[in-house]
Design a protein around this ligand. Sequence first.
Ligand SMILES: NC(=O)c1ccc[n+]([C@@H]2O[C@H](COP(=O)([O-])OP(=O)(O)OC[C@H]3O[C@@H](n4cnc5c(N)ncnc54)[C@H](OP(=O)(O)O)[C@@H]3O)[C@@H](O)[C@H]2O)c1
Length: 281
Amino acid sequence: MPTISTVTLNDGATFPELGLGTYNLREEEGTDAIVAAISTGYRLLDSAVNYENEAEVGAAVRRAGDELGVARDELLVTTKLPGRDHGYDSAMASAERSLATLGLDRIDLYLIHWPNPSVDKYVETWQAMIALREGGIVGSIGVSNFTEAMLTRLIDETGVTPAVNQVELHPYFPQGQLRAFHREHGIRSESWSPLARRSELLKEPVIGEIAAAQGVSPTQVVLRWHVQLGSTPIPKSADPARQVENADVFGFSLTDDQVAAISGLERGRLWGGDPDTHEEM
Ligand SMILES: NC(=O)c1ccc[n+]([C@@H]2O[C@H](COP(=O)([O-])OP(=O)(O)OC[C@H]3O[C@@H](n4cnc5c(N)ncnc54)[C@H](OP(=O)(O)O)[C@@H]3O)[C@@H](O)[C@H]2O)c1
């Protein structure tokens, strides 16, 4: 299987072009699934306080070292600060709790999970993220589910541009305008629910036709589309064979017409997660 390619973030860190989603990967089974993904070549692991699986992700990182010889420094562990911990002091304490639960001494990518605009503490929270990075216990800092206006506010009020914005992004919701903003400001796009949680996406005729023409699976077509858009997809799979399939998208290329045809499936958000109104604690 070709290796997962990397890009460089605006803070100089190396960042994979594809990672592993871990929502619902819990308990020993969850850890086993994450270790399987690491053995396949995944290096970027996506977690969050609210997935209640930081312990499993940390355990997988330690097992990868012991059982697979994959050094800690080769792996990028992401976790996300929950809405209930917004605010400077609360964010600092939340990071310490995440480190303790992960059982690690560093969070490689730390994201504000949701902006929660009615609480209006995401700028203060961002200031804590900056301090955490300066303190060395966090590698890169970024956000999730931020709009252009919210990103602009962070940049204007702190002078620090997020390295990553992880957002809902899949062929039904390609986020063209937000991606253009990210490009302009050197923010890496990261796609959550890149397969649209499977839904009917993988059965779309246009995806099937491109898959047949390329000699790959519909899932690989969709994940390659993310890579070519310049957004890192983090497909979640508990199944080792599907994990291999999902990561094996660096040995072929879609044509510009194929990319455009897939983007033509656009119809909007699938789960009502509009960051201006949807809030999570
Ligand atoms: N920042 C945020 O607010 C936010 C929100 C949602 C999600 N996320 C992150 O994004 C990650 C991915 O999103 P997601 O889990 O919602 O959805 P997803 O990755 O789009 O889809 C996952 C679903 O697709 C199935 N699947 C995976 N590979 C497949 C394949 N090759 N063929 C057929 N089915 C396949 C999985 O089942 P199996 O496991 O059985 O393979 C699972 O049911 C999450 O795990 C989480 O880390 C972040």
